[in-house]
Design a protein around this ligand. Sequence first.
Ligand code: ZN
Length: 384
Amino acid sequence: MSVLYKASKIVVGENLELIENASILVKDGKIIKILSNSEVDDFGFEYELVDFGQKTIIPGMIDCHNHLALDTRLDNHLVRMNDSECEQTIRAIKTMKDDLLSGVTTARCLGDRYYIDVTCKKAQLEGRIMGPKLIVSGIGMRASHGHGYVGLPHCGKEEFRKTARENIAKGVDFLKVFMTKVINATPYIYHFLTLDELKVVVEEAKSVGITTACHCSGGQGLDDCITAGIDCLEHVYYISDEQIKRVKEADMWVVYTPSYALNNELLFKFSPKDREGSLQEKEIIKGCLENSIKGKLKFGIGTDGIHQGLAQEAIYISELGANNRDVLAGITTNAAKICGISSYRGAISEGLDADLVVLEGNPLEDISALKQVFSVIQSGEIIR
Ligand SMILES: [Zn+2]
């Protein structure tokens, strides 16, 4: 069945241009045509008309940094990463549904135990569970003495190579490693992987044409990520001006996950310092992220397991200085590039997946409109 979705504002194309009084013709889950309403006439086939009136349609949102079984809304959510496979899978099914209903039609998963992400990706595609379409990394690889609650410990190049290959054999879309802690007590930012260990992971990814992502706050670890050729840096809370230049030169992506530093409740949970020290740390991180945004690094935005929280992350990035169009790109068009799916998803363009979110307001004018989701459409079907 074909559907014509009509609204007074639609944010279309790679450049997220606003067009007024237009319609999106959807057939078999794809966007067939974008029309001005005066063109709406006879297509030579039956279609249903859904008129969203004064609302705004944007591309389905993409959470660039998700963990299906990590759920910050629960007490002791980190300890729960040791729960059984069954328990974590049940949790993943719930977070996927919650995220989809909040407007996240695609999510990039940065590591879950037991290949839960790989299993759920397949189940979602087959229509057995409800949730975002997934881009998965399987087992996150951390150092045996390093950070990474959702990852598993590795020591030495060959252990990293072994898991990298196991991940690839399971069919992951990219590889994930953990280099540093989340929030550090500056000035020294510890890193836990050697350059050689990083290079092995990059080498294995390149050998099969997939990308690499690294959990990296800053310090020497960030420099090593650039040297090793990691494709995407996650978090970058402590990125320095010098590193901003290097990342830009290397044309690398960054993914911002601002809540862990800017939301006090989460900050106090993760900072190794006392309350006052944590608040000072927050100011340092704010400065680094502001400089990174000013430096115009290519970015995506992610929640890091704060389910239903992508709109808030986007609002933080706008408060840190990014313009609304760039913020929107960070959860749609640019996010799709980070995921490697931009040729078929991430924008409202002809031929792409009909993943759409209908908002009460226009986020190009007021980014907080992302919080007022009226309807969610995935592969052409109204989910909410
Ligand atoms: Zn993460």
